[in-house]
Design a protein around this ligand. Structure first.
Ligand SMILES: Cc1cc2nc3c(=O)[nH]c(=O)nc-3n(C[C@H](O)[C@H](O)[C@H](O)COP(=O)(O)OP(=O)(O)OC[C@H]3O[C@@H](n4cnc5c(N)ncnc54)[C@H](O)[C@@H]3O)c2cc1C
Length: 470
């Protein structure tokens, strides 16, 4: 769609489908939908359309397809890879699911919940908790992120260790395909081997294969008792040995095992005056055990005693109240903010096999030192998932962000890892994906895209390189 007349005709059609109040065309009104959360990507949409029902989504997608206009699905716009930001052509339509926010059903006995794509993650989690159930995907952006967004990015977070990524928590899906077909797979089944599990194709595909309009989520019993502890460990090998010990002693209740570097803790002290509750180690562990049964407190205490005795831990505290637990979690949650105050950084969201973490850290650290000795690191992450936020603080304007990126990702590959553990590729990592994935994997991905979106109109340039639509 290139002509002005064509663009005006499409906007008129979208207004006819969704109503005049649901289509934004004014630049100021569209601005919040045109920029990503980190303000790294800026777009110029033709319009923003905010449907209220699945059938409207289908009609919008069909109208866009008729006009050859690309559709960029968007939820809470908290993604960290530029996946929900349109390009600068002025021709792409942002499809915001925010108005489709209904919780359709909650079954506390079957432990399932059916929700529309625009439902806010926090609202969903609170609704489940009211019934003594929990939806485990927990991320820092839960007050804005939507169910459609977390499904489409296969979001992770701090509880993956115990409950898995979002992919493991979706039982059924309703999607709108590129030609406007509605596929209703909103089944509440824990067992369903009747053919291909096609919903998995859409989970984590970042809006490039279809639009998620609703999902059936798997709930778990809400733990009644939890313990949070903050522990200093002498080095990264001790951190791993401590993790293994924790799995042996309290593994079935271990819901978080977060790794925090001394540098990350130092940044918080510098910028927020937050004093670390433990000292004397190169690394810190934020550990959480949670259970429906009482006794988790004693189990964690005995784990810590064993870790101190064997020298795996050198200092630490266990929270005595919910308030103290919150304060310990705050240390983890404010790292990114402290890093922002320190200056410019190149962020990486990588994963390697858990046991490869020490070797990866040594290798990547050495490679970066060879590149530029003045670079500093801010490393933290989900140790139990092998997922590190390996952020490199720029020393000055001469530092080459792309070279830093390549250096870190090359080390990741040497240790059998992934360049994106949980944030996805969006438009931010497409180049590195092309550089680092095998030709056979790239060809398979392109074939899937060609099958489900032959005209290339669903979120072009995200996950896969933008292709010439002719
Ligand atoms: C402070 C903060 C903390 C975060 N912590 C984590 C974390 O711990 N773990 C983690 O994994 N992520 C984390 N994120 C990233 C982000 O919150 C997640 O990626 C989240 O899943 C995005 O949800 P959203 O609704 O905002 O999606 P958006 O940002 O709107 O979109 C993200 C992608 O999904 C697509 N999309 C959105 N809705 C749909 C739909 N209905 N159908 C099809 N495609 C769709 C978009 O096109 C885009 O490609 C964090 C972000 C912030 C800002």
């Amino acid at each position: 769609m290139t002509t002005q007349t064509g663009r005006t005709a499409l906007v008129d059609e979208l207004i006819a489908i969704a109503g005049p109040g649901a289509v934004l065309t004014d630049a100021a009104d569209m601005e919040p939908y045109a920029v990503d959360w980190r303000r790294m990507f800026f777009g110029t949409p033709l319009c923003v359309v905010r449907p209220a029902a699945t059938q409207e989504v289908a009609d919008i997608v069909r109208a866009c397809a008729r006009h050859g206009a690309a559709v960029v699905p968007q939820g809470g716009n908290t993604g960290l890879a530029g996946g929900a930001t349109p390009d600068g052509s002025g021709g792409e339509v942002v499809l915001s699911l925010q108005r489709m926010a209904c919780i359709r059903a909650l079954d506390p006995v079957g432990m399932t919940m059916e929700v529309e794509a625009g439902a806010i993650l926090q609202t969903v989690r609170e609704a489940a908790l009211e019934q003594g159930r929990m939806f485990p995907t927990g991320i820092g952006a839960e007050g804005s992120a939507t169910i459609g967004g977390i499904v489409s990015t296969n979001a992770g977070g701090v509880n993956v260790l115990r409950y898995g990524m979002t992919r493991a928590l979706v039982l059924g899906l309703e999607v709108v395909l590129a030609d406007g077909t509605v596929v209703n797979g909103l089944r509440r089944l824990r067992k369903d081997n009747a053919g291909y599990d096609w919903k998995q194709l859409f989970i984590g595909s970042e809006g490039t294969l279809g639009i998620v309009t609703a999902a059936v989520l798997r709930l778990v019993p809400a733990p009644q008792h939890s313990v949070t502890a903050f522990i200093a460990v002498p080095d990264i090998d001790a951190a791993l040995a401590f993790y293994s010990l924790a799995q042996s002693r309290i593994g079935d209740t271990l819901s978080a095992f977060e790794l925090i570097s001394a540098a990350s803790v130092g940044l918080q002290e510098k910028h927020f005056g937050l004093k670390s509750p433990a000292s004397g180690g190169q690394w810190f562990i934020l550990l959480e055990g949670a259970s429906s049964l009482a006794g988790i407190g004693e189990a964690v205490e005995s784990l810590l005693a064993e870790a101190f005795e064997s020298g795996l831990a050198v200092d630490g505290v266990a929270a005595a109240s919910q308030q103290q637990a919150r304060a310990l979690w705050e240390i983890r949650e404010r790292i990114t903010e402290a890093e922002g105050r320190e200056g410019r950084s190149v962020k990486h969201d990588i994963s390697v096999p858990v046991t490869a973490i020490p070797a990866f850290l040594a290798d990547a650290g050495k490679a970066l030192e060879d590149l530029s000795p003045a670079l500093r690191l801010n490393v933290f992450g989900h140790l139990g998932d092998g997922n590190l936020h390996y952020n490199v603080m720029m020393a000055g304007p001469g530092d080459d962000g792309a070279a830093i990126n390549r250096t870190v990702h090359d080390a990741v590959l040497r240790h059998g890892g992934s360049i994106s553990a949980e944030h996805g590729l969006g438009q931010y990592r497409v180049g590195e994906w092309l550089r680092t994935k095998t030709p056979a994997e790239q060809a398979l991905s392109a074939a899937l895209k060609q099958t489900l979106d032959p005209a290339g109109l669903l979120n072009p340039g995200k996950v896969l390189p933008r292709r010439d639509r002719g």
